[in-house]
Design a binder for this molecule. Structure first.
Ligand code: ADP
Ligand code: GLC
Length: 495
C-alpha cells in the first residue's frame, strides 16, 4: 500500500505533545511491514534549522497563497521513512511553537496556516504535485489536517482517507469571517459539513468526511460518543460509530528504554534495577531535594492544562508533605498552574521540585529516577507517559479514563495474586479519590516484595507498535477495499 501520513508535528523534528511521538514512530512501524508510507508536515523554522539532506521535491501553486509553496523532500531522522515538508515561509518560518506565539497565544492566522497545509496535502494526495506518486490512502491526524477529507471527497478518483482523533478537545474552531476569507466553497458552511454552532470547525472536515475514523484507545472511542466527552460532537460520532475504531498507541522502545537511554545517568533493566537508585539520587540532586533512597519520589511530566488534573495534584501537596514524600514536576502551560506549582515548591523546598519548561533530557531522567508517576487526567485519549513509566519501573497512579484505563491494571488482592497489577487507578476526578490511590501506592511502596512485583510486571509490558501498526494496516486495507469495490460507500455520510 501507498500511504500519505499527515500530521502537524513529528518527533524528533518538532514536538509539543504525544501526537509527535505517534507521528514519529507509527510510520516507521508501518514501513517495517513493507508499505510505502510517507510523512508530510509543515516546514517550521525549528525544522529547517536542524533538518539535514533536504531536496527540493516540488513547487505548488495553491489557491489563496500568493507565493509558490515548496515541497522539500527528506527522511524522518532515525529511520527510512520518506518525509515531505510544506515550505511556505510566511506561514511556518517563524519563532515560537507550531500553534502559538512565544507567549502562548494562538497564532492569529492559524486557520490560514493550516488551510495551506491541507491544500498542500491534498495536492500530493491527488498526484498534482508532480512527484509521480499517488497514495492509496491518506491518514490524517487532528484538526490541523481536518480539511483534507472534505477536499478529497470533492475530488474525483481521490484516494481514501482515515482521520485519527488524538484529542477531541482541540477542534480548530474559527469564525464565519475567517471561513469567508479563506475562499473555501460556500457550500461547506453548513451543519452537514463544517459549520458547528455558528463556527467554522476544521475537525468536522475529518469527522464527517473521512472514510473511517480512529482514536487512540478503545475506551476513548466509547467516551467521545457520550455528552461528557463529546463536546457536542457525540451525535455525529454516534452516527459514525460503525466507522470509528479505537486503536491504542504504541510507544517507541528505541527512544524510551532504560536499558539504552543515553539521556539518563545510569542505564538499567529488569535485572539491574538496583541502578534505578542512582538515577533517583541524581534526580533528587537536580531538584535540590534531600537525597534519600527511602523517601518515595513522585513525578509529573505534563502539559500544564485543565485536562491533566494538575489542580488535583496541587490539592494533595499538603498530604504528600505530611507523609514526607517528594514530588518533582516538569511541565509548562497555563500560567496560573505554573505559578501555583512554583509557590508550592517555594513553600516546601525539601519536598517539591518544579521545572517549568520543555526539556526532553530531563523527561527521561525523571522517568528513570522517580518511584511513582502521577497522571490524574480528567480525560486522556491515550496518554504516553504512563506507558513510558511502566518500562522505567516507575509505577503509575492514574485516573481510570481513556487510554489510562486501557493500559494500567489496578493493584488489588486479586491482581497481586495473579501478577497482573501494574499501577493504581481511581475513578472520580477529585483530590480525595486521587489521594486514596496515592495512599494505596504508598502502602505497597513500603512492602518491598509487593512493590518489586508491581514494578517487574510493569517493566514486562509490551506496548511496542507491532500490534497497533498491524491494526492500522488492516484498517487501511479494509477502507481501500470498500472504496474500490463499493463506490457508493463513499457517499453514505452526505446522503
Ligand atoms: P499529550 O499529548 O496530551 O500532551 P501524552 O502523554 O500523549 O500527552 O504525551 C506527552 C508527551 O510529551 C510525552 O512524550 C511527554 O514526555 C512529553 N512532554 C510533555 N511535557 C513535557 C515537558 N515539559 N518536557 C519534556 N517532555 C514533555
Ligand atoms: C493527545 C492526547 C494524548 C495522546 C496523544 C497521542 O495529545 O492528549 O492522550 O496520547 O494525543 O495520541
Amino acid at each position: 500500500m501507498d500511504i500519505l501520513f499527515a500530521s502537524s508535528e513529528a518527533h524528533p523534528l518538532i514536538k509539543t505533545g504525544g501526537l509527535a511521538d505517534v507521528s514519529g514512530s507509527l510510520p516507521r512501524a508501518i514501513l517495517g511491514q513493507r508499505h510505502d508510507i510517507r510523512v508530510i508536515i509543515p516546514a517550521y523554522r525549528e525544522i529547517l534549522r536542524h533538518a539535514q539532506h533536504l531536496t527540493l521535491a516540488a513547487y505548488l501553486e495553491l489557491e489563496g497563497v500568493s507565493q509558490p509553496v515548496r515541497i522539500l523532500g527528506g527522511r524522518l531522522p532515525g529511520g527510512n521513512v520518506k518525509l515531505y515538508l510544506v515550505d511556505s515561509p510566511s506561514h511556518f518560518d517563524r519563532a515560537g511553537n507550531p500553534y502559538t506565539t512565544s507567549d502562548g497565544k494562538p497564532w492569529p492566522d492559524n486557520a490560514e496556516r493550516f488551510t495551506v497545509f491541507c491544500r498542500a496535502i491534498h495536492a500530493l494526495a491527488v498526484d498534482a504535485a508532480g512527484l509521480d506518486w499517488q497514495p492509496d490512502i491518506v491518514h490524517c491526524n487532528d484538526w490541523q489536517t481536518g480539511l483534507v477529507p472534505i477536499m478529497l471527497r470533492e475530488t474525483p478518483s481521490a484516494p481514501a482517507s482515515i482521520f485519527t482523533i488524538h484529542n477531541l478537545a482541540y477542534q480548530g474552531l474559527f469564525d464565519w469571517k475567517t471561513f469567508k476569507s479563506l475562499k473555501l466553497p460556500a457550500s461547506w458552511w453548513s451543519a452537514d459539513a463544517l459549520e458547528f454552532h455558528d463556527s467554522f470547525s476544521f475537525i468536522k472536515g475529518g469527522l464527517v468526511f473521512a472514510d473511517w475514523l480512529t482514536t487512540v484507545s478503545p475506551t476513548y472511542a466509547d467516551e467521545i460518543c457520550t455528552p461528557e466527552f463529546g463536546y457536542g460532537l457525540e451525535g455525529l460520532l454516534n452516527h459514525r460509530r460503525g466507522h470509528l475504531t479505537g486503536i491504542i498507541n504504541g510507544v517507541d522502545y528505541t527512544v524510551w528504554n532504560p536499558g539504552r537511554d543515553l539521556h539518563i545517568p545510569v542505564q538499567y533493566n529488569r535485572r539491574s534495577l538496583f541502578h534505578k537508585t542512582e538515577n533517583k539520587r541524581d534526580l533528587q540532586e537536580r531538584f535540590a531535594l534531600p537525597v534519600d533512597n527511602d523517601t518515595p519520589l513522585f513525578a509529573v511530566i505534563s502539559r500544564l492544562v485543565e485536562q491533566k488534573g494538575i489542580d488535583l495534584i496541587l490539592e494533595i501537596v499538603p498530604e504528600l508533605v505530611k507523609q514526607n514524600a517528594q514530588l518533582v514536576v516538569l511541565g509548562s502551560g497555563d500560567s496560573q498552574l505554573e505559578t501555583a506549582l512554583e509557590l508550592a515548591s517555594t513553600r516546601h523546598p525539601d519536598h517539591i521540585g518544579i521545572h517549568i519548561g520543555y526539556n526532553e533530557t530531563l523527561a527521561h531522567g525523571i522517568e528513570a529516577g522517580a518511584d511513582i508517576f502521577l497522571m490524574p487526567s480528567r480525560f486522556e485519549p491515550c496518554g504516553l507517559n504512563q506507558i513510558y513509566s511502566l518500562r522505567y519501573g516507575t509505577v503509575p497512579v492514574v485516573r481510570r479514563t481513556g487510554g489510562l484505563a486501557d493500559t494500567i491494571v489496578d493493584t488489588t488482592p486479586e491482581t497481586l495474586e495473579d501478577k497482573t497489577a501494574t499501577g493504581f487507578c481511581f475513578d472520580k476526578a477529585e483530590a480525595s479519590a486521587l489521594w486514596s490511590s496515592v495512599e494505596r501506592a504508598l502502602e505497597h511502596y513500603r512492602k518491598p516484595e509487593y512493590w518489586a512485583q508491581i514494578v517487574d510486571t510493569g517493566m514486562r509490558q509490551d506496548f511496542s507498535w507491532k500490534r497497533s501498526a498491524q491494526q492500522y494496516v488492516e484498517l487501511y486495507t479494509r477502507v481501500i477495499d470498500e472504496q474500490q469495490n463499493h463506490p457508493s460507500f463513499k457517499k453514505y455520510v452526505t446522503q
